[in-house]
Design a binder for this molecule. Structure first.
Ligand SMILES: Cc1ncc(COP(=O)(O)O)c(C=O)c1O
Length: 343
């Protein structure tokens, strides 16, 4: 029999770890009745991780409470991050650096969304030093920037790679919060959907299995990938969460169900499915998704409902991991134009 733990036992283990206070918690758990009926499917509840507060929110704000705390303790003075030009993590890295009185650096790339809009606009506003080299020079520029910072006596912390396992630990905590909200309302979900970069997914699955819940999680990847390699990496990450929290659990690839078929042509490219998901949620509930992560995750949920995976008698929780500021850099792909001026 696998070992199970009570929520209190998990909480005690989490409480031993260093933690910052950055997010406005608990985030709401909203019912989406008009969206559910528009999709023709199960009851859909949305865990509003887009409302974590700081810097227009998102899952990174919760993750950074655990992942940046050790950096602060060890005297790091620069938070650095590099990904796409419209990276949510670069935006939240810059905001958290400002909040903590640290220097922020973004080493992004000059991709097709490199415009002073959305996340990139906010990253500037939070005072980050921003570099946008051609994509093929991004990793060399990151290395040069790190070298330059160290030579100048700084102690940089890369919010992507450093302490990555603690980002998932934050979602062990996030799942405890979600589970207590569901229990208070007497709701037993059949499935949890989420954009599966990795950490939110692995953290939630570890928490659910630690509590002995057979709850199904369906992750939707925002990026093309090798499924086997991704499954291996996520299983290792989950094992690392268990090690940090001293949990006697084995998480297998079967626990970490995840699909990459809703990505379309590439990371950050709007698909017909994600455009439909964005419009349907906006027009039925007045709520926003983002073009890179949650739009695709919701496209996956809609496709699965249409394929008969979930019926009206069932309940799905969708974890909204944020990212909505990127919308403002996606007007073309979302098919939005000014109406013609009348003369
Ligand atoms: C909006 C959004 N959703 C999901 C993810 C995936 O995050 P993680 O891998 O930390 O769970 C990210 C970041 O990469 C994101 O910005």
């Amino acid at each position: 029999m696998p070992k199970t733990y009570t929520p209190q036992q998990l909480r005690q283990r989490l409480d031993r770890l260093p933690r910052l206070q950055l997010a406005a918690l608990p985030t709401p758990l909203d019912d989406l009745p008009r969206f559910s009926s528009a999709v023709g499917g199960p009851r859909i509840l949305m865990k509003r991780e887009d409302l974590t507060g700081l810097a227009m929110g998102g899952n990174k704000i919760r993750e950074f409470e655990y992942s940046i705390a050790p950096a602060v303790e060890s005297g790091c003075d620069v938070l650095i991050h590099g990904a796409a030009a419209q990276s949510n993590q670069s935006r939240t890295t810059a905001a958290v650096a400002a909040r903590l009185g640290m220097k922020a650096v973004q080493v992004g790339r000059a991709d097709e969304h490199a415009q002073i809009q959305g996340n990139l606009l906010l990253t500037h506003l939070f005072g980050a030093e921003v570099h946008l080299p051609p994509p093929e020079q991004q990793s060399a520029t990151m290395q040069q920037t790190l070298d330059r910072l160290r030579t100048a006596g700084h102690k940089p912390y890369n919010t992507s790679s450093d302490g990555a396992a603690y980002r998932g630990i934050a979602y062990v905590d996030g799942f405890l919060e979600l589970w207590s909200q569901l229990q208070e309302r007497g709701i037993e979900p059949d499935v949890v959907y989420l954009a599966s970069g990795a950490h939110t997914h692995t953290g939630m699955v570890v928490a659910a299995r630690a509590l002995g819940l057979p709850l199904r999680f369906v992750g939707i990847s925002p990026s093309p990938r090798d499924d086997e390699v991704a499954a291996q990496n996520m299983t290792q990450l989950a094992a690392e969460h268990c090690r940090i929290l001293d949990l006697d659990l084995e998480i297998t690839p079967a626990d970490l169900e995840s699909y990459a078929e809703f990505v379309g042509p590439g990371y950050g490219v709007v698909t017909d499915g994600s455009r439909e998901a964005l419009q349907l949620l906006a027009r039925s509930e007045g709520l926003l998704l983002d073009p890179c992560y949650t739009g695709k995750a919701m496209a996956g949920l809609i496709a699965h409902v249409r394929a008969g995976w979930w019926t009206a008698e069932q309940t799905a929780v969708f974890v909204h991991t944020g990212g909505t500021p990127a919308l403002f850099a996606y007007a073309d792909e979302l098919g939005l134009e000014l109406p013609e001026a009348k003369t």
